[in-house]
Structures are given as structure tokens and as C-alpha cells.
Design a binder for this molecule. Structure first.
Ligand SMILES: [Zn+2]
Length: 386
């Protein structure tokens, strides 16, 4: 119960924050629905087969070229279908003064992410159907293993290859903060290889921080929108939280969880594809017109698992928060950084229970603040009794 608490550490959500998050949720659901209906439509109308035949004609009847062209056509159509919603999302950020990105820059980002998606999805799909042709019985296991290798490689390359496609990074040049990072890491008995300034301000007014990379590319990235506006103590609290993710090996654990889910997905896909072939929906397993069916299985699976995965992520976030409480001298800067983040990002401090349960990868800010206060009370109690 919120009795006898400092009112300034428990501000309520503004109508703007409520509105912004509500629209954002509807936008996400609409986007999902468009993709879902598109995939179903492709399968039930036979358009998928028509697109496959077109891809064969354009691809000189070559299987691999046809697979690529089919993927290309599918991505172009789905981009065209979802573009209105994407643009609305861009306008939404500007309407709520969360972004000052120009239309040109946004369009350029869209083009880059489309190309990146095309390259990555083509590689995965080519690999998938190549394995399917070679080994119709074990394709799902082989593809899964190959995909996991690719996934780990991408996690490692993300901070040095993928993120720089969209943002600029430079090593943190603030001596005081670097010293704090070293002290925090020493206390943790670990070593984070780098802390980088993330030039987020070119695209957004929101503040953010993250732990990225694997092995030699492991690093903490801190948005300039945070570095330039928060006190050194607040930044240290955010750093300590990210270090908590590192100490608790959250990236590795998430990859393992993802691997388990993907294996389940491939098993289900194999079953569904064999069933579809038996029912003469497709002539053979490697008929790539069945790709929308695979995408549909993965979509439904991720939708069903979303609450569980978000719960797992919130568990990790609480662990990282707790690590932060233990590493910093006072939780006050943690609390003030949370409140500033909520205000700056128009985050809902107190989302409704079901919204948090379904959509939030992080605990509600009000709960994170309450946990920090409870931790401090606990510490004081221990201090008095000793
Ligand atoms: Zn976190």
C-alpha cells in the first residue's frame, strides 16, 4: 500500500503517457494482424503457388534463384502492406515529441532495414530448403543446428556490424564514468570490455542503455540522451543494472531459451509440412510455396509464448536491478533515474496488470522503484539489528 512514501518518487502517469502507450499497443496489434492475415491469405487463395510459379519464370527455372525471388516478392508485398502502419508509427513518435528524426532519415532507415532483412531471411530460407531437399527426414534438426550457429554469430557481430548500420558509437570519453565502470566491474569480479556512447539523439529523444555482444564484442552501450542529461550517480545506477545482466549471463541464457523454443518450432513445422504434403496441399516438402505455412507456425508460436518469454525477461530485469542495488552506495539515484526514464520515454509507470503480463519485457517502473525502496528498508533493518 502506498502509505507514508515520498510523493515525489511516485509520480502518476500523465494522460499523454497513457495515450501514447495505448496507441502504440494498438499499432503493434494491427501490424501483427496484417502479417497474420497476409500469411493466411497466401495459403488459402493459392497466391503462394502463383508467386512460386512467377519466381520460377523470373529465375530461369533455377530452384535457388526462384527461392530468392519468392522471398523477395513476399518481403516487398508485406512491406507495402505494412508501410502505412510503419509510417503512422514514425508520425506517432514525432507527435508525442519523442523523436526529431526527419522523414528522409527515417525512409533511409527503412530501406536499410529492408535490405538487411532481405539478406538475412534469404540466407536462412535458402539454407532451409537446401537442407530439406538433401534430407527430408532430418532437415528440421540440421537447419535448427545451423541456425543456432548463425544466431550466435549474429549476437557476436551485432554491436560491431549490425547496430552501426543504424547508429554511431564511440568509446566513452568521460574519465569519471570510466573510473566508475572499472570500480563496478572489479567489485563484480568481472570485466566488461567496453562502454560506448550510443548516438541515439540523431533518431530519438528517448534514453536507453543496453548490454550487447558476446565474448570479445561484449559491451555496455549508453545513449547520449542519457549521458548528457543524467547525473553521474544516475548513470552509474544504469551501468550497474547493465553489469547485472552481464554478471548473471543473461544474454547466454536467453540464447539457450531461444534455442529450445526454436527446436520446438522446427519440430512442429516438420510435422505440419508432412501433414500438408500428405493432404496434397503441396506436392513435396521442398515446395517453397509452403514458406507462409512455416512463417505462420513461427508467428503463432511466438504469440503463444510471448507472455512466458516476457515473464522470463522481467525475471532477468529484476535480477539485474537487484544486482544494481547491491553495487551502488544508495538506491536514490536508481530511483531518480527510473523516474526520469519514465518521463523522458513517456513510459507507463503503472500499466494495467494484463498489459504488463502480455507486453512488457521489463517490470513496471512503479514496481522497480518499489523494489529499490523495499531493498533499502531491508538493508536499514539489518543495519540496526547488527
Ligand atoms: Zn535491463
Amino acid at each position: 500500500m502506498a502509505t507514508a512514501v515520498n510523493p515525489t518518487s511516485h509520480p502518476t502517469d500523465s494522460p499523454a503517457a497513457r495515450r501514447y502507450n495505448r496507441i502504440g499497443r494498438w499499432l503493434g496489434m494491427a501490424d501483427f494482424l496484417v502479417g497474420f492475415v497476409f500469411l493466411i491469405g497466401l495459403l488459402v487463395t493459392g497466391w503462394s503457388g502463383w508467386l512460386r510459379d512467377l519466381a520460377y519464370r523470373w529465375g530461369f527455372q533455377n530452384y535457388s534463384i526462384a527461392v530468392f525471388l519468392y522471398v523477395f516478392l513476399l518481403l516487398v508485398i508485406s512491406k507495402a502492406l505494412g508501410f502505412g502502419l510503419d509510417y503512422y508509427g514514425f508520425r506517432l513518435e514525432r507527435r508525442f515529441q519523442l523523436s526529431n528524426q526527419r522523414l528522409r532519415s527515417w525512409l533511409w532507415d527503412q530501406a536499410k532495414s529492408f535490405l538487411l532483412g532481405l539478406v538475412m531471411i534469404s540466407i536462412v530460407v535458402e539454407l532451409l530448403y537446401f537442407t530439406m531437399r538433401q534430407s527430408p527426414q532430418h532437415w528440421w534438426l540440421i537447419t535448427w543446428a545451423l541456425l543456432m550457429g548463425l544466431f550466435i554469430m549474429l549476437a557476436q557481430l551485432a554491436p560491431v556490424l549490425l547496430l552501426p548500420i543504424f547508429y554511431k558509437f564511440e568509446p566513452l570519453d568521460n574519465e569519471d564514468l570510466r573510473r566508475r565502470v572499472v570500480l563496478l566491474s572489479q567489485r563484480a569480479g568481472t570485466q566488461v570490455r567496453g562502454v560506448y556512447r550510443w548516438k541515439l539523439s540523431e533518431k530519438s529523444k528517448k534514453a536507453n542503455a543496453a548490454l550487447t555482444g558476446l565474448g570479445s564484442t561484449r559491451r555496455i552501450i549508453l545513449a547520449d540522451t542519457l549521458l548528457d542529461n543524467y547525473t553521474p550517480d544516475e548513470i552509474e545506477a544504469v551501468l550497474a543494472h547493465e553489469l547485472g545482466h552481464h554478471v548473471h549471463r543473461h544474454i547466454l541464457k536467453s540464447i539457450l531459451v531461444q534455442a529450445g523454443i526454436t527446436l520446438l518450432g522446427f519440430w512442429a513445422a516438420n510435422w505440419a509440412l508432412h501433414y500438408a504434403v500428405d493432404q496434397h496441399m503441396f506436392e513435396q516438402l521442398s515446395d517453397f510455396a509452403n514458406l507462409p505455412l512455416l512463417a505462420l507456425i513461427s508467428t503463432v508460436l511466438s504469440l503463444l509464448l510471448m507472455p512466458a518469454l516476457n515473464a522470463y525477461s522481467r525475471f532477468n530485469e529484476r535480477q539485474a536491478d537487484r544486482y544494481a542495488f547491491e553495487s551502488i552506495t544508495s538506491v536514490a539515484p536508481f530511483i531518480s533515474s527510473m523516474n526520469r526514464l519514465a518521463e523522458q520515454n513517456l513510459a507507463e509507470r503503472t500499466p494495467s496488470k494484463w498489459v504488463e503480463w502480455l507486453f512488457h519485457s521489463h517490470p513496471a517502473i512503479s514496481k522497480r522503484v518499489a523494489a529499490a525502496e523495499a531493498w533499502e528498508r531491508e538493508q536499514n533493518a539489518v543495519g540496526f539489528s547488527v
